[in-house]
Design a protein around this ligand. Structure first.
Ligand SMILES: [Zn+2]
Length: 177
C-alpha cells in the first residue's frame, strides 16, 4: 500500500497505547504492531504507485534492480513519497486527536516511521543487498503478491475505501474517535 495508508492504519491500530504516561514498553508495542500491520495491510489486494527511479539493471548495468542514474527521477519519487507521508500524518493527527506539542508530534513521528519501516528497509535492500534488509524485502515480496493493475484513480479510490473500512473496524474495537 502507499505510505499514507500504512500510517493511517497503524495509527488506528496503536490507538489504545497512546494513553498517558507514554512509556518505553508502549513505544515498543507501537513499533511491533506497526511492522505487523504493514505486512497485513500489504497482504490485502491493493494498488501502489510505481517508483520511477528504481529500474532493472540500474547503475553500472548490474543484473538486479537499482536506482536510475537520472537524479530527477529520484527527486520526483522522493517528493511524491514526502507528500504521501505528510498526508498520512495529517489524517492520523486528526484521527487521534493530537495537538501541536513536541510530545504529540514525536509520538506521531514514531508511529509513522514504524509504519513505513518495511518499505524503507526494502529501499535500502536495493543499495545493500544483505541482511537485515533482505528479510524485509523477502517478507514484502511474499505479502504483496496481488496488485491492482488498473489506473491510479480507481486504484487510489479502491485503497481509500479499503483503508476506511479497516479504520472503521479498529474504531469499533478501540473506540478512539
Ligand atoms: Zn510495504
Amino acid at each position: 500500500m502507499i505510505i499514507s495508508s500504512h500510517v493511517v492504519i497503524t495509527a488506528a491500530a496503536v490507538a489504545p497505547f497512546l494513553t498517558h504516561p507514554f512509556t518505553a514498553p508502549k513505544a515498543a508495542a507501537i513499533f511491533g504492531i506497526a511492522v505487523l500491520s504493514h505486512y497485513l495491510a500489504d497482504a490485502v489486494p491493493h494498488w501502489d504507485y510505481q517508483l520511477s527511479s528504481v529500474v532493472e539493471g540500474g547503475e553500472a548495468g548490474r543484473d538486479r534492480r537499482g536506482f536510475s542514474r537520472d537524479r530527477r527521477l529520484f527527486l520526483k519519487d522522493l517528493s511524491r513519497a514526502a507528500l504521501d507521508g505528510l498526508l498520512g500524518m495529517a489524517i492520523a493527527f486528526l484521527m487521534l486527536n493530537l495537538s501541536f506539542t513536541w510530545w504529540d508530534l514525536a509520538v506521531l513521528s514514531w508511529i509513522s516511521f514504524s509504519a513505513i519501516l518495511p518499505d524503507i528497509a526494502s529501499m535500502f535492500f536495493i543499495i545493500f543487498p544483505c541482511a537485515p534488509f533482505s528479510w524485509f524485502y523477502k517478507a514484502h515480496v511474499v505479502h504483496t503478491s496481488y496488485r491492482w493493475k488498473k489506473g491510479p484513480w480507481s486504484g487510489a479510490l479502491f485503497q481509500a475505501t479499503t483503508v476506511a473500512a479497516i479504520v472503521l473496524v479498529l474504531k469499533g474495537l478501540f473506540r478512539f474517535l
